[in-house]
Write a protein that binds this ligand. Structure first.
Ligand SMILES: C[S@@+](CC[C@H](N)C(=O)[O-])C[C@H]1O[C@@H](n2cnc3c(N)ncnc32)[C@H](O)[C@@H]1O
Length: 256
């Protein structure tokens, strides 16, 4: 099977149907993004939209939404679901660091840790430049990423531990997923391996690479790239961000 790797070497988004089966229970962010998309009162762009897990509910609420992603299999799954639901969504296959849709949006959002695939400053600068170029005046840029927990990272390093179970969408087999990783201090992120088992037998392994963005560093990066932070939440109930928050949820606007 041909696996499409992300530019950062990540392999876990190789199949949209596996992704949907694996993430079927993750929905805590949907009301938040739905609310922001309806509030935007204008066109919305989801960057790194994947299989449309959020794009589709947003379109279903009557919002003019566009989805952009680099992975063909993820977009294929998104298009199929949208077609079946009778929704008109514009989909683009592109790298989030170098796209031009010749259109501007009232809201651009990049959910579910997708920015963690951008590891170096050049990638981030290019990504932020594309976001700014596509934002309408008064528009918002919203994203959520993990709040890195050095205690957790140190405690789990080099240990294989379970992370989930799902049914293989093609074979109907029960898949058990485990993870192990090491933290690369130069890259400032984790090199993870996800192991997929069925009936106790290892089926395959996939790589995942994720940069950590520490809270103070993130605010500097946004400021240096011309964004001002309007809100910073620690969860999707809009609790203020604090040390123990699992997420960093940023609502930003262009300042130049
Ligand atoms: C965790 S998934 C999120 C998908 C979807 N937004 C969701 O919430 O379910 C991350 C997505 O980022 C996409 N991605 C990673 N690097 C990208 C890049 N350089 N350009 C565009 N998309 C990228 C992957 O293809 C994948 O679909």
């Amino acid at each position: 099977m041909q696996i499409q790797k992300l530019p950062d070497g990540t392999e876990i988004h190789w199949d949209g149907k596996h992704y949907d089966a694996d993430n079927a229970k993750y929905s805590v962010d949907i009301p938040f993004y739905l609310n922001e998309a309806c509030k935007a009162k204008g066109p919305v762009l989801e960057i790194a939209c994947g299989t449309g897990r959020l794009t589709i509910p947003v379109a279903n609420a009557g919002v003019d939404v566009t989805g952009l992603d680099i992975t063909k299999s993820m977009l294929d799954a998104a298009k199929l679901k949208a077609r079946r639901a009778g929704l008109k969504i514009k989909w683009f296959r592109a790298d989030c660091r170098s796209f031009d849709l010749h259109r501007k949006f009232k809201l651009i959002f990049t959910p579910f840790n997708s920015m963690l695939h951008l590891h170096d400053h050049r990638s981030l600068d290019r990504f932020f430049t594309c976001v700014k170029k596509h934002l309408l005046p008064g528009g918002r840029f919203i994203f959520d990423i993990f709040n890195p927990d050095p205690g957790f990272i140190a405690a789990h390093q080099d240990k294989e531990y379970p992370i989930g179970k799902y049914t293989d969408p093609y074979t109907g087999k029960q898949i058990t997923e485990t993870e192990n990783y090491f933290y690369d201090r130069a890259m400032q992120g984790t090199n993870n391996t996800w192991n997929y088992y069925s009936g106790g037998k290892l089926l395959y392994r996939r790589r995942l690479r994720m940069r950590c963005f520490y809270p103070q560093e993130l605010e500097l990066l946004l400021s240096y790239n011309g964004f001002k932070v309007i809100h910073k939440y620690g969860d999707f109930n809009r609790e203020p961000f604090k040390s123990e928050s699992r997420q960093q949820i940023i609502v930003a606007a262009r300042q130049r």
